[in-house]
Write a protein that binds this ligand. Structure first.
Ligand SMILES: O=P(O)(O)OC[C@H]1O[C@H](OP(=O)(O)OP(=O)(O)O)[C@H](O)[C@@H]1O
Ligand code: HPA
Length: 179
């Protein structure tokens, strides 16, 4: 798998540091509150595990699964809710956990869904923010790293459902997805 990677951008140690930085920030910002962390599967599973352990709050964790990509590098405008949560988000302070915000369409979908269900506040903690990729206007509140407009994989992020288990985030070689 390593041979398919052009460049390693963030190794496990830097991701750990980002989780510590954001976890501390969230702990301060939500002092005395009981936020609901909503992790967006599949991509956010590793980042969720890292970040949540750096948060010193009575926090709940839920997982939701949506799908925006059809296994390739190009995005689609269609987002589908694959697996919903059971808990009630009404009047809750929700923190969405994402691995990456790219076009912003997945995040917008999530924010609209939570707003419709009556969440009291909605914030977003993402490992990666690819601002140049935006097709819709949406912002993240807690950002691990800003990435350039390149296709990245690893640490939860996939290409055709592979590479999620790489212990770092890296740029996928172009020839891998153009061949
Ligand atoms: O900002 P966007 O362009 O919408 O892209 C970001 C979303 O795309 C990826 O999920 P994907 O739908 O590929 O599912 P996955 O998490 O199961 O890989 C990623 O995990 C984000 O949720
Ligand atoms: O760069 C990316 N890599 C993997 N999945 C993604 N989903 C949106 N952007 C990306």
């Amino acid at each position: 798998m390593d041979n398919d990677i052009e460049e390693v951008l963030y190794d496990q140690a830097s991701i750990q540091q980002a989780a510590q930085r954001l976890g501390k920030q969230i702990t301060e910002d939500y002092a005395g509150e009981r936020p609901l962390f909503l992790s967006v599967l599949k991509g956010a599973y590793l980042w969720t595990a890292d970040l949540i352990r750096e948060v010193d709050l009575y926090a709940e964790l839920e997982f939701i699964k949506i799908s925006s990509y059809h296994g390739g590098v190009a995005s689609t405008d269609e987002i589908t809710l694959v697996t919903d949560i059971r808990s009630d988000v009404q009047n809750r302070d929700v923190i969405i956990l994402e691995d990456i915000v790219d076009t912003g369409q997945s995040l917008l979908f999530m924010k609209e869904l939570l707003a419709k269900r009556g969440a009291r506040s909605i914030k977003v903690a993402t490992l990666l923010d690819k601002k140049e990729g935006r097709k819709v206007e949406v912002t993240a509140d807690y950002i691990g790293f800003d990435v350039r407009n390149q296709f990245v994989v690893g640490y939860g992020l996939d290409y055709k459902d592979f590479y999620r288990n790489l212990p770092y985030v890296g740029i996928l070689k172009k020839e891998v997805y153009t061949k």
